[in-house]
Design a protein around this ligand. Structure first.
Ligand code: HEM
Length: 483
């Protein structure tokens, strides 16, 4: 069936773990697979006992990769205090993210987490999010799709459009500022461009064979590091300008109408410019590519699975066009299909923690102080041991059960088996908001249009990943009006 063809079946039979040589360890093996490290590590995990692969780099350097839920619980919850972002991660991203929540550990992280949990969960923020999404949808996104539908074979890159949509959204939510990234006639805004460049170059630092290389380039201010410095300066200056402007606005206004995060931080007494700027930049990064890539794969999988698409569309058509909050909550089939899509194509496919002290993992793997332990979300979504022998099929029903009334009820999986949003004390703060946005967007689009991929028969889009994952080369589609 179509489902079965989607994902290459496991190749356990002919996978062998890489040889470990003196001095260089298995460096050559990873070098040979640098173009698809996520998939290669998935293969290695499948061939390893207890789904935990120990990679030996040059000079005895070890990296641990795991797809074992017990180990994931150990690092993300039970021994949370021993597994931090750590110095490598923090140093690599600090030029861009400063001390923002995505790049913080210890007391600094705890403080930001407390402040933002409080601010993030309020009802009015939810309302604000809904309004932001609806405006962006009806004023920008739907007109673009509508115009494409009028021109018979107009091809759009849906991934690019979803990224621009998410960027506008998250900027409005975080800063109360509209970068107009999705407005067709406007050039990519300077801010958005600088933000993208800063993200891309910062994340590519992780892929240098030795950190010394980017550090030297940075010292000499040449090449990519020179561009990074300019992009970061642009982002920071811009963010500071918005912070000052917002502070002035708030002083002048007696009542608080705007409910963006920045206003909320400033009103709750946290007004130091650097702190507020860093935290807002972290939120923008966290919310920018995650939802758009999740939706890109979601639309792809729907196209490949007409049965599921029909169920999703039926569910949408049962709701009112305005989509009330309770109706969004009732979209359980759509929610299940999204969970299923992120199981196969997780927006954050791997996530690493650094051991603060020596430790032993539940399966007996020895971890030395300073060792990076990575939980491999992509592999976990594709383990036969977790999902059964039909793991390769796109089956939202895995997440559902029928109740007496004949309706579906959503049944979640525990977060250590499905750490797509991470798990434990640092679980994603935007999870609920992400589903809210994604469901509104999907309902808005599928109520009116069908999305038809422009991909040659039998060709599979490729999953690639830097900090977050993408569909390689974009997602070309045609848009048709639904009849
Ligand atoms: C499908 C969408 C999303 C997915 C799959 C996702 C996934 C994740 C993951 C894996 C992490 C852990 C990263 C790490 O610390 O190593 C994380 C953290 C975080 N996410 Fe999300 N995220 C999504 C959407 C969002 C949105 C829309 C926001 C809102 C701005 C958001 C805000 C955050 C924040 C603030 C953190 C840091 C939490 C902390 O360190 O305590 N996320 N998310």
């Amino acid at each position: 069936s179509l489902n079965k063809k989607q994902i290459t079946p496991p190749r356990n039979n002919n996978i062998t773990l890489p040889k470990v040589y003196p001095l260089i360890g298995s460096y050559l093996a990873i070098k040979a697979h640098m173009n698809r490290p996520v998939q290669w590590l998935y293969d290695m995990i499948k061939a390893s006992p207890d789904a935990t692969f120990v990679f030996y780099g040059p000079l005895g350097y070890r990296l641990v990769f795991t797809a074992n839920p017990t180990t994931v619980e150990h690092i993300l919850k039970t021994r949370f205090s021993n597994y931090h972002k750590g110095t490598t991660f923090v140093h690599t991203l600090s030029d861009f993210l400063g001390k923002g929540i995505l790049n913080a550990d210890g007391d600094n992280w705890k403080f930001q987490r407390q402040v933002s949990t409080h601010i993030f969960n309020t009802k009015s923020l939810r309302r604000f999010v809904e309004q932001v999404v609806d405006v962006e949808l009806s004023n920008r996104l739907l007109p673009i799709l509508d115009s494409a539908a009028s021109q018979q074979d107009k091809t759009l890159d849906l991934q690019d459009i979803l990224q621009r949509f998410a960027f506008d959204n998250i900027c409005k939510i975080a800063f109360g500022f509209d970068p107009e990234y999705l407005t067709p006639s406007v050039n990519r805004s300077k801010f958005a461009r600088a933000f993208e460049e800063a993200t891309e170059i910062s994340s590519k630092r992780f892929y240098e064979p030795l950190p010394l290389i980017w550090k030297m380039k940075r010292l000499l201010n040449v090449g990519s590091e020179k561009r990074l410095r300019m992009a970061v300066r642009e982002v920071h200056e811009f963010a500071k300008k918005i912070v000052r402007e917002k502070r002035r606005e708030l002083r002048e206004k007696a009542t608080l109408e705007s409910t963006d995060l920045l206003s909320r931080f400033l009103c709750s007494g946290h007004s130091e410019e650097e702190f507020v700027m860093d935290i807002v930049i972290s939120f923008t990064l966290a919310g920018k590519d995650s939802t758009s890539v999740a939706l890109t794969w979601f639309f792809w999988l729907l196209c490949k699975n007409p049965r599921v698409e029909k169920e999703v569309v039926n569910e949408i058509m049962e709701k009112s066009e305005a989509l009330l909050y309770d109706e969004v909550k009732e979209m359980v089939y759509t929610q299940a299909a999204m969970c299923e899509s992120m199981r196969l194509y997780p927006p954050v496919p791997m996530d690493s923690k650094e051991a603060m002290d020596d430790d032993v993992l539940p399966d007996g793997t020895v971890v030395k102080k300073g060792t990076m332990v990575t939980y491999h979300v992509y592999a976990m979504g594709r383990m036969e041991s977790i999902w059964g022998d039909d793991w390769a099929e796109f089956k939202p029903e895995r997440w559902l059960e029928k109740v007496d009334s004949g309706k579906w009820r959503f049944v979640g999986r525990d977060s250590f088996t499905y750490p797509v949003f991470q798990a434990g004390p640092r679980v994603c703060l935007g999870k609920e908001m992400a589903f809210l946005q994604m469901k509104r967007l999907v309902a808005g689009i599928l109520r009116r249009f069908t999305v038809v991929p422009v991909v040659a028969e039998g060709v599979e889009p490729q999953f690639i990943s830097f900090l977050t994952s993408q569909m390689e080369g974009g997602f070309p589609v045609n848009i048709h009006r639904r009849v």
